[in-house]
Design a binder for this molecule. Structure first.
Ligand SMILES: Nc1ncnc2c1ncn2[C@@H]1O[C@H](COP(=O)(O)OP(=O)(O)OP(=O)(O)O)[C@@H](O)[C@H]1O
Ligand SMILES: [Mg+2]
Length: 257
């Protein structure tokens, strides 16, 4: 089902809130072309207000933004619109970081951005959360390994590009495997990201996900993992690549046991 994003629809999405209406009108003016929101019945719901004039039709509702699947000139995109009640003052930095990463395979292509919105590629695929959900049992956990391997390499690359995602310790909704392909992780939501020479993408992922969440199904020696991370932190770029590959070997040999 497609709904044209026009002034009438904006009134309904914003439920009469003028700050919100200003944001959406600005997005519409800036994009300057016909935009359709692709909503299905489950995302197109009425708020329970007495007037019943307000609509929820987003693909995802986050703390800072509403995410829409939109159609522009017959192509599907993701439109991330800043919520007027968000603590985040701007999406510009996220847009800028996506622009820096535009030729990298593991972030969504960005097409336009401003303080209040980002128009980017719609990444079709399966979330990290779904992969863990599918294979999170001792009998099947080895099937996670190809997904971990490609993600670890991507995080090492992100570290080497001096971009700190900051939320990748908990990547369940932030990693989408393009076309369900375990070799193609795409990292989304660079909203808290920054440019830094002291990045910690890999360490956060190992600490937050492997040690904290997967250690109940994979028998890993946490001290070995902590050692890998300690060496990685102190190593130069060439040595870091080696440590990433060694870490993948270590995980692979333990997970397939
Ligand atoms: N380019 C994209 N392609 C496909 N799905 C996407 C894309 N960008 C975001 N999503 C989906 O929308 C969800 C919310 O996006 P995002 O995390 O950027 O918004 P947010 O407002 O920061 O949300 P949160 O408060 O949960 O962090 C993501 O977890 C992901 O499932
Ligand atoms: Mg976010």
């Amino acid at each position: 089902m497609l709904y044209i994003l026009d002034h009438r629809l904006i009134e309904k999405i914003c439920c009469g809130n003028t700050e919100c209406i200003d944001i959406y009108r600005g997005v519409l003016d800036d994009l300057g072309r016909e935009i359709y929101i692709a909503a299905n019945t489950s995302t197109y719901t009425h708020h329970a207000t007495s007037s019943s004039r307000c609509l929820n039709m987003y693909f995802s509702k986050g703390y800072s933004s509403h995410i829409y699947k939109v159609v522009i000139e017959n192509e599907l995109y993701i439109l991330k619109v800043r919520r007027h009640d968000s603590k985040r003052e701007t999406l510009y930095i996220e847009g800028k970081i996506l622009e820096i990463l535009n030729s990298w395979d593991h972030s969504p292509r960005v097409y336009r951005y401003s303080h209040n919105y980002i128009l980017m590629e719609f990444v079709r695929g399966v979330l990290f959360r779904e992969i863990v959900g599918l294979f999170r049992s001792r009998d099947h956990v080895y099937k996670i390994m190809p997904y971990l391997e490609s993600l670890i390499i991507a995080l090492c690359e992100l570290d080497s590009m001096n971009i700190d995602h900051k939320e990748i310790g908990f990547p369940y909704k932030h990693v989408i495997y393009r076309d369900n392909d375990p070799r193609k992780p795409v990292i989304v939501d660079f909203e808290s990201a920054s440019i830094s020479t002291n990045t910690s993408n890999l360490s956060r992922f190992i600490g937050g996900t492997i040690i904290r969440h997967l250690s109940s199904v994979i028998d890993l020696d946490n001290n070995s993992l902590i050692n890998y991370m300690r060496n990685y932190k102190n190593a130069d770029q060439t040595a870091r690549k080696r440590i990433c590959l060694d870490l993948i070997d270590y995980l692979g040999s333990n997970i397939s046991l």
